[in-house]
Design a protein around this ligand. Structure first.
Ligand code: FMN
Length: 176
């Protein structure tokens, strides 16, 4: 299969997730092209791909605009072929915030008109060492809601790579 993977990232974790996914799909014997949604070639021929994987992270309750616009523009093609959505957020990693992570996806689906064949809510990362004051305050007081579950003294990676592997394998099985 020819698989297209497009990702949106703000601090880099979703790039890492998309690159890991590309390697995993190639190891399963498929051809993969991987692009940053913010730097897409205008002559990219979407019709040449059999399956699509879109990965995007959440900031201030929304997925990246570049990904939202791309998916809205191509939702008919995406709906007609096997497609998977990897939604990366902090809420996805916190048990009591999972419904919040699902709300981000529900909103994305209602705005874009894309109905992915499969969706995973995947934990991202917190890189307090790289945040400016605003980013740190937002994460601490809005996303974590004073939960104290995560120490801002150090960086954290929440991505469950085994869950991602199972998700991608399940998708390839149904897409193939
Ligand atoms: C300023 C800021 C705002 C964020 N807003 C949210 C949010 O509203 N909900 C959420 O679940 N996670 C939120 N996060 C957590 C990110 O989704 C998480 O850090 C993710 O790994 C970022 O992926 P990226 O590195 O690919 O951009 C936020 C992170 C930052 C730095």
């Amino acid at each position: 299969m020819n698989v297209l993977i497009i990702y949106g990232t703000t601090e880099g974790q979703t790039r890492k997730i998309a690159a890991w996914t590309a390697t995993h799909v190639r190891e399963r014997g498929h051809r993969v092209e991987l692009f940053d949604g913010g730097a897409l070639a205008s002559d990219l021929k979407l019709g040449a791909f059999h399956a699509f994987i879109i990965a995007s992270s959440v900031h201030q309750k929304h997925h990246q605009d570049t990904i939202t616009s791309f998916v809205f523009a191509h939702h008919e093609l995406l709906n007609a072929r096997p497609s998977a959505f990897i939604s990366v957020s902090l809420s996805a990693a916190l048990d009591d915030e999972k419904p919040e992570a699902q709300k981000y996806v529900d909103h994305f689906v209602s705005v874009t008109g894309w109905h992915p064949s499969k969706t995973i809510l995947l934990g991202g990362a917190l890189r307090f060492s790289e945040y400016d004051y605003f980013q740190e305050q937002f994460v601490k007081f809005v996303v974590m809601k004073h939960s104290g579950a995560v120490s801002p003294e150090r960086d954290h990676e929440f991505t469950d790579w085994n869950a991602l592997a199972d998700f991608v394998d399940g998708f390839l099985e149904t897409a193939g």
